[in-house]
Design a protein around this ligand. Structure first.
Ligand code: ZN
Ligand code: ZN
Length: 370
């Protein structure tokens, strides 16, 4: 009899069902990953509400190589039993971006432009061999899976935060050029904003200011523990006035980690930038238009816009190295781990409509299903 793999499957907006899939056969060029931790982020909250059907979500995956073909192991440089971080991209490995480790830009992974793109956590389970998401006991890893070996002194739970941390390194360091002496404004103290703090602090930033709302009090405390110099509750004080008081010349970089909280974050970012040549890191995926965008201010300030979108291979490697250093108390940001049967609640919790005190939330698919 074929072994079965339990999975949580999204069937429609805010609807999860449980299904079992046949354990896939693997060949010389493929592997099965036993999922240990699948992290949840803001994009899961957005996707959960969309009409996409029959998808095993879970795109920030950490697991153990359970069974693998000989060529697959040789190609990835790992062995059975190794703990790995899987990027969610499954690229073509032939284009100019793949050769640079920038799999996020590969057409084969871009489901905005390519309906056949396969990505962990986003691809229909109709597509054989079905196991394309981390909310399941096992994942299927073909020849083009992007694998990072997790250092021995990093637990699966901690490795679960590697993806947001890789984004922090990518956006703050590689996109915005944060380094020694930088002054930075981070808007939004969720897992993504907190990861930016770690990257900025490690890189030598002089002054890190982070904003949040009154419900973010606990997150702002964690922000301080991770190295933020100033925290601002935008509902209690005028954030721009406070920023100008802290740094009268303005900030070098403003990074929007409010997960599409609207136009206010971008307007504050532009206003807070220094007089010339600041950098604004934006996330506009959920904001199709921006009426009355003050483009003249961007030009007058000679500002640059950079897009926050995913991470490179190098950013993931550096994130794992950072976690292995145990230099920052990132455990403070790891607040909840749910089982497979709690996926619906876990995603709602990240969206602010579930458990209290949430920062980083993971699913351990073995926690409640033996
Ligand atoms: Zn994510
Ligand atoms: Zn490519």
């Amino acid at each position: 009899m074929v072994e079965k793999v339990p999975a949580a499957v999204k069937m429609g907006p805010y609807e999860t069902v449980y299904r079992e899939f046949d354990m896939p056969q693997i060949d010389d060029e493929s592997a099965l990953i036993k999922v240990e931790i699948a992290g949840i982020c803001g994009s899961d909250v957005k996707n959960y509400g969309k009409p996409i059907q029959n998808v095993i979500m879970g795109h920030e995956n950490v697991g153990v190589v359970a069974k693998a073909g000989r060529k697959w192991l040789a190609r990835k440089g790992v062995k059975e039993g190794d703990r790995i971080l899987l990027e969610h991209y499954l690229p073509d490995m032939t284009c100019e971006w793949c050769h640079q480790g920038e799999y996020r830009h590969c057409e084969a992974t871009d489901w905005h432009t390519n309906p056949d793109a396969i990505r962990y956590g986003y691809t229909s389970a109709d597509h054989a061999p079905h196991l394309w998401g981390g909310f399941a006991h096992y994942l299927y890893a073909p020849w083009n899976a992007i694998v990072h070996k997790v250092p021995d002194n990093v637990t699966a739970e901690l490795a679960g935060i590697a993806t947001p941390l890789a984004n922090g390194i990518q956006w703050a360091l590689f996109e915005a050029g944060i380094g020694y002496g930088s002054i930075v404004l981070i808007q939004g103290p969720g897992q993504q904003g907190l990861a930016q703090i770690v990257a900025c602090k490690q890189a030598g930033a002089d002054c890190i200011i982070i904003t949040g709302t009154s419900k973010d009090a606990q997150r702002l405390e964690v922000a301080k523990a991770l190295g933020a110099d100033y925290t601002i509750d935008v509902q209690k004080e005028d954030p721009l006035a406070r920023i100008k008081q802290i740094v009268p010349k303005g900030v070098d970089v403003s990074i929007d980690c409010t997960a599409g909280a609207g136009t206010a974050a971008m307007l504050l970012g532009i206003a807070a930038l220094k007089r010339k040549a600041g950098i604004l890191v934006i996330q506009g995926n959920e904001m199709p238009t921006f009426p009355d965008f003050p483009i003249y201010k961007v030009t007058q300030k000679y500002a640059q816009l950079k897009s926050a979108r995913g991470h490179s291979y190098k950013a993931c490697e550096l994130a794992l190295r950072q976690l292995a250093s145990h230099r920052f108390p990132l455990e403070k940001a790891m607040t909840h781990t749910f089982g497979l049967k709690e996926v619906d609640w876990a995603i709602k919790s990240v969206g602010g409509k579930g458990a209290e005190g949430v920062i980083h939330v993971s699913v351990n698919p073995w926690k409640d299903v033996a």
